[in-house]
Design a protein around this ligand. Structure first.
Ligand code: SAH
Length: 327
């Protein structure tokens, strides 16, 4: 069988998420510190107010994992802004049946969707942490007379077809790799079109460079360790860097306002990561307080997750600067 890389990646990840507990293999921000989800909940609440409190409103999460982020967010919202809590219904976009069960244990009242298309039209605030990086990419390799696309056959790469002649520099060295994440761009573009119709905003946190670049960012994790992305399919979690510049451009073209990207560390610090963690730590034993502070530093410090991870928001046209993006 020969498959385009995106088809292979979609099949491998669907098998992986259906059969594994992904969180045995990697740890995400909401699983590192409860303050992460709390801050995102408060971000949603303040953004809702900036949008002039449309009621009712959907609080949507794409790729909610274990449901931890949403549970932490709702707890913070219920304390800080009961009016937002009263106005909202929770919607989850999730394909894995196994993870849906975990999400239902933490957020029983949610409504589940396979993709954005069945989420009803209307005002919405969407959150997505490490969702776009799991969507399938295509790769093209620069060769002497053009771009070749990478296909997967029998656990190896094969170059075939003629890649689309994109509008990019032709003086790149042979072997240069260019990636494109079409589902991520489509997702952001569709969302941007929705918030152009109804008041809304979406916040994406993920890892990737600020400017589009070249290179192979496909990576696999199995058992917590880097693995060969090409075999066997379904035994490893496959991800790739998110091209924030391409997503921002797609959202602008679709008529939305774009905020960021900014480094996750700056975004979370501006929204009070360290103050909230300090307050939380005061009620804990010394050992647990130290662990909470270290968790916050892991999310925020530049040489840990603070710089590689970025925050990007997309909002209704003309909406004011959103929290965390007021540089
Ligand atoms: N946001 C969570 C989980 C990140 S893992 C966290 O931060 O912990 C990626 C999540 O996206 C998982 O829930 C996975 O099942 C889901 N996912 C992956 N591909 C998807 C797709 N095409 N459609 C919907 N959900 C998807």
């Amino acid at each position: 069988m020969i498959e385009r890389l995106d088809a292979y990646m979609a099949r491998a990840n669907a098998a992986y998420y259906a059969t594994h507990d992904p969180f045995a293999d990697f740890t995400t921000s909401p699983e590192i510190s409860q303050v992460f989800g709390e801050i995102l909940g408060l971000w949603a609440a303040v953004t809702w107010q900036l949008l002039e409190s449309p009621t009712p409103v959907m609080l949507v999460e794409a790729g909610p994992g274990r449901g931890t982020l949403m549970a932490d967010a709702l707890r913070a919202v219920s304390r800080a802004m009961p009016a937002f809590q009263a106005a909202l219904t929770v919607h989850f976009i999730e394909t894995s049946p196994r993870l849906r069960l975990e999400q239902a244990a933490r957020v029983p009242d949610a409504v589940w969707h396979d993709d954005l298309s069945s989420v009803p039209a209307g005002p919405m605030i969407l959150l997505a942490n490490e969702f776009l990086d799991a969507l399938p990419i295509r790769q093209f390799v620069r060769r002497a007379d053009g771009w070749m696309e990478r296909f997967v056959r029998d656990g190896g790469f094969e170059e075939g077809g003629w890649g689309e002649e994109e509008n990019i520099k032709s003086d790149l060295p042979e072997g240069t790799i260019r990636e494109i994440n079409e589902p991520a761009i489509t997702f952001v573009r569709t969302l941007a079109a929705r918030v152009a119709q109804h008041p809304g905003a979406a916040l994406f946190l993920d890892y990737g460079p600020e400017h589009s670049g070249y290179g192979d960012s496909l990576q696999a994790l199995a058992g917590g360790k880097p693995a060969d992305p090409l075999r066997p399919p379904g035994t490893a979690d496959l991800t790739a860097h998110v091209d924030f510049a391409a997503l921002a451009a797609a959202a602008l073209v679709a008529g939305a306002s774009v905020h960021g990207p900014v480094a996750q560390g700056l975004f979370l610090a501006e929204l009070g990561l360290f103050q909230r963690t300090n307050r939380l730590a005061r009620g804990l034993s010394p050992a647990r307080a130290a662990a909470a502070m270290d968790a916050a530093r892991r999310l925020g410090e530049p040489d840990r997750m603070g710089r590689l991870f970025k925050a990007l928001a997309v909002g209704s046209a003309g909406c004011p600067a959103l929290p965390g993006f007021r540089a």
